[in-house]
Design a protein around this ligand. Structure first.
Ligand SMILES: [Zn+2]
Length: 297
């Protein structure tokens, strides 16, 4: 995708170093207590962060996507942890669902017993079913993703977790029939969790070209070299010559690409499950589906 309406390309290609220090932009702010989208906001108005209520600045440049920014210094959690790819993914997913007849908004607060959650994208189907889409990109741990998922379940809003297919992942991948394969992938805890939670699949969005990929992790085997030697009695001894399953590495097979515009969401139920390492809550969750004629919500 080229430098389109919002200059995605330029936005995306800014350096990672800059990403680490800037205060992250938001797409939505409040004007007179009403949610306003940065794309449709008017210069000269006062805008406030929906989270910390501090005044934010509207930025409508020609190079970067229109957004709101906190004024430094800020301690607001909404000003932290966003990446450009994450921002692009939110807009792309929202637009795709809107095009398909869903009501869709990004950065929507979903109230639940487990505390407030801000959904990256909240969609409502024509039948009235709400679903949260969380585009995960920060290295959150098992307990955090479990807690957030429970929060959505308590609010009766099934959540679909989705990752971002990064340029680094793409450069590590080889092309195979029907998609891509990353032979040796350092799986992050949230990916391990979400993959297990969604019955062994985890979808990724590539915000750069607005495509979807279905990811499946499989075991990566480490070869243990065989060696042999003679002991003090002249008997031949040997060890190794087998492979073991790596805990750190997985092989990631990505089926795709599917155009984001063909995205469908389905809802499933699962029972609670736990291992020594993490727990999966029981209840309803959402997930992307491949079939354009599938049972979307
Ligand atoms: Zn704030």
């Amino acid at each position: 995708m080229g430098s389109g309406r919002f200059g995605w390309r330029n936005y995306f290609e800014s350096t990672i170093d800059e990403v680490a220090v800037i205060i992250w932009p938001m797409l939505v702010a409040l004007h007179q207590d009403v949610r306003v989208d940065a794309l449709g906001a008017t210069k000269g108005h006062q805008y406030f962060c929906p989270n910390c209520r501090a005044e934010v600045t509207l930025k409508q440049g020609r190079i970067v996507i229109h957004h709101f920014a906190h004024k430094p210094p800020t301690n607001c959690t909404w000003a932290k942890g966003e990446t450009r790819a994450h921002l692009m993914a939110k807009v792309a997913i929202r637009d795709a669902f809107r095009t398909n007849g869903y009501q869709a908004d990004y950065e929507v607060e979903v109230l639940s017993g487990g505390g407030d959650r801000r959904a990256d994208v909240l969609i409502t189907s024509p039948a009235g079913q709400r679903v949260a889409i969380e585009i995960q990109h920060t290295p959150i741990l098992f307990d955090a993703i479990e807690r957030r998922t429970k929060g959505y379940m308590a609010a009766h809003v099934p959540v679909a977790w989705i990752g971002i297919l990064s340029p680094i992942m793409k450069s590590d991948a080889v092309t195979i029939t029907g998609g891509l394969k990353i032979e040796k992938y350092a799986i992050r805890p949230w990916e391990k969790w979400a993959h297990a939670f969604c019955f062994k699949e985890l979808w990724y969005v590539d915000p750069e070209d607005q495509t979807l990929w279905k990811g499946v992790f499989s075991d990566y085997l480490i070869e243990v070299q065989s060696s042999s030697w003679y002991n003090e009695y002249g008997e031949e001894q040997s060890a190794g010559g087998y492979s073991r399953v790596s805990k750190k590495w997985k092989t990631l097979t990505l089926s795709g690409p599917l155009p984001l515009g063909s995205a469908k969401i389905a809802i499933k139920s699962r029972k609670p499950w736990s291992s020594k390492v993490f727990s999966l809550p029981g209840g309803q969750f959402a997930h992307f589906i491949q079939s354009p004629n599938g049972t979307g919500v």
